[in-house]
Design a protein around this ligand. Structure first.
Ligand SMILES: Cc1cc2nc3c(=O)[nH]c(=O)nc-3n(C[C@H](O)[C@H](O)[C@H](O)COP(=O)(O)OP(=O)(O)OC[C@H]3O[C@@H](n4cnc5c(N)ncnc54)[C@H](O)[C@@H]3O)c2cc1C
Ligand code: HEC
Length: 297
């Protein structure tokens, strides 16, 4: 529950002024700096003494969702709508299969891989290709012999040019047919589309393509399309013999859109043995063979 650690350092900092400086160690994180802005209304530790609702103990997902809804005007507010427009919720603070990756790195490449999260100065501001330097938001420079820079994800320019995106830069669609809700008769699948709870992945795009094709066929022949089922699996290779995966099954609900089927999916077990990792590595390459031939023939 992140929000607790968000407020905790602030609280410690406050204590520091009241007591001996040697008694506490304070980590001045970006989260603590941000939570400063909330404390004046929601209470020093998130527990509001007056009429403003307390946010202490509320889950990270509740707070993130509330802020997004305040920002988009989907949740009534007096001041929060204006506040929420001032914060970015996009800084990458975690990544898919993170504990499995980190365990794999420690096992196979001890001390060699450092992950710098978005809120700890990992956000890249610019890349100087000539002198091979990454400049971060906090002004740090990282030089390397080889840099594999993956810019923040965004929908392709074609959908922007075509006016198919919303304010967030992604394409809203009917999640049962993938027909654009902005321009009828245009269907959008894959990364560019807003597909409910599905992650942006090649496997997800492939699954959505099939549902979308069925919806188009059903519409052309004026027949009813059966309830769709969607799926995602992403394999990753930490080394050629060390595979990990994440998987889930999704269904559609007319109110919720695409949702994850409860109990389905998850990541592969954390402490699996070498045989299991090797088997997943074999299946990862097998998956690549299958999905490329399934998608492209
Ligand atoms: C580092 C990395 C690792 C990944 N690993 C996995 C994985 O292991 N498994 C997995 O399932 N997924 C993985 N993904 C995600 C996967 O690559 C994407 O989800 C998938 O490629 C999305 O397919 P798409 O067709 O929706 O979009 P894209 O593959 O992005 O295709 C969009 C295409 O539109 C083109 N385009 C844009 N504008 C125009 C224009 N104006 N005119 C003409 N063409 C245009 C672009 O050039 C591009 O070819 C990974 C992604 C990254 C970045
Ligand atoms: C000026 C005072 C003020 C500040 C600053 C402020 N809030 Fe709020 N917050 C409110 C009020 C008032 C509400 C009730 C909704 C409304 O009328 O805007 C609220 C509602 C909320 C809610 C919904 C709570 C619930 O249980 O429904 C959340 C979550 C929230 N704020 C988070 C934050 C966060 C996180 C910050 C800091 C980034 C923050 N707020 C900063 C005044 C404030």
């Amino acid at each position: 529950m992140r929000i607790r650690t968000l407020f905790y350092p602030y609280f410690l900092l406050f204590m520091l002024f009241l007591s001996s400086p040697t008694a506490y160690t304070v980590e001045l994180t970006e989260g603590a700096m941000l939570s400063n802005s909330c404390a004046a209304c929601h209470g020093t530790d998130g527990n509001s003494p007056g009429a403003i609702p307390s946010i202490k103990g509320k889950s990270e997902s509740f707070i993130a969702q509330s802020l997004t809804e305040f920002r988009d005007g989907k949740r009534p507010s007096t001041v929060m709508g204006r506040h929420a427009k001032g914060y970015s919720l996009d800084a990458k603070r975690k990544f898919s299969k993170q504990p499995l990756f980190m365990q794999g790195w420690e096992k196979l490449y001890p001390g060699m891989i450092e992950w710098v999260s978005g809120n700890a100065g990992g956000k890249i501001e610019s890349v100087d290709v000539k002198i091979r330097i990454l400049l971060t938001e906090t002004g740090d420079k990282h030089k390397a012999a080889v840099i594999n820079f993956i810019p923040p994800q965004k929908a392709g320019s074609i959908v922007h040019t075509a006016g198919l995106t919303n304010n967030d830069g992604w394409c809203p669609v009917n999640q049962r047919s993938f027909e654009s809700t902005i321009h009828p008769a245009i269907h959008i699948i894959g990364d560019a589309s807003i597909a409910g709870k599905m992650p942006k992945s090649g496997f997800a795009a492939n699954s959505q393509g099939k549902v979308c094709a069925a919806a188009i066929v059903a519409s052309v022949h004026s027949i009813k399309m059966p309830a769709p089922s969607y799926v995602n699996t992403c394999y990753s290779l930490v080394s050629p013999d060390y595979g990990i995966s994440v998987a889930a099954v999704y269904r559609f609900d007319k109110d919720k859109g695409i949702y994850k089927v409860k109990g389905s999916g998850g990541v592969s077990p954390k402490d699996a043995d070498e045989t299991y990792r090797a088997l997943e590595a074999r299946y990862a390459t097998g998956w690549y063979d299958s999905i490329t031939s399934d998608s492209f023939g």
